[in-house]
Design a protein. Structure first.
Length: 188
């Protein structure tokens, strides 16, 4: 039987997503990066950070699946970024402080750092994720792992959920660029 191309395709799509997140964020004027255009629309900074947090969580889940004996810490925790960014003790949301579940006021109040620091974090999470994705084989895709929600799911489903979720936030970044008066692929 021939090996499937799906693991490599998934890896390629996730790499594309990372490239697009970085490119889109870099096209935002630095003074607009942390600005939410309304009280109900989180900033580009929030969306980029949130994507990174979820990549971080997915990386830990995939690492535990591929090698349950090898301890893996999130980049967020290993680098103590909550303290470094002045967010220690701040409610960072559900599922390990990913920003999920925060209301509009709480997400708008997050004092996230400037573009380069947020992107350095996001890119570090994607680098760790990609190194693990390189080890995913066709036989793994239908096997079960524990996802960031604590549920048992198939590897392929977790990876597709990641892509869907990250692409939704990428779309928000693109739309926000238009709302902020900048050219975007979804300029409003």
């Amino acid at each position: 039987m021939t090996e499937s191309v799906w693991p490599e395709r998934l890896r390629g799509w996730i790499a594309w997503n990372q490239e697009e997140v970085e490119a889109s964020v870099r096209r935002v004027a630095p003074e607009s990066f942390r600005v939410g255009p309304t009280s109900m629309a989180p900033s580009v900074a929030f969306h980029a950070w949130h994507i990174g947090r979820w990549v971080d969580r997915h990386t830990v889940c995939l690492a535990a699946f591929l090698d349950p004996k090898a301890p893996t810490a999130e980049v967020w925790i290993a680098r103590d970024l909550a303290n470094a960014w002045g967010l220690a003790g701040v409610d960072l949301g559900d599922f390990g402080g990913t920003g999920a579940g925060l209301d509009d006021d709480a997400s708008a109040a997050l004092a996230l750092p400037e573009v380069e620091e947020v992107l350095a974090y996001v890119n570090a999470t994607y680098a760790g994720f990609d190194s693990l994705l390189a080890r995913v084989e066709d036989r793994h895709l239908e096997q079960k792992l524990v996802d960031p929600y604590g549920d048992e799911t198939e590897v392929a489903e977790m990876l597709l959920n990641h892509l869907s979720h990250a692409d939704r936030h990428l779309g928000m970044i693109e739309a926000l660029r238009g709302v902020l008066g900048e050219r975007g692929t979804a300029t409003i």
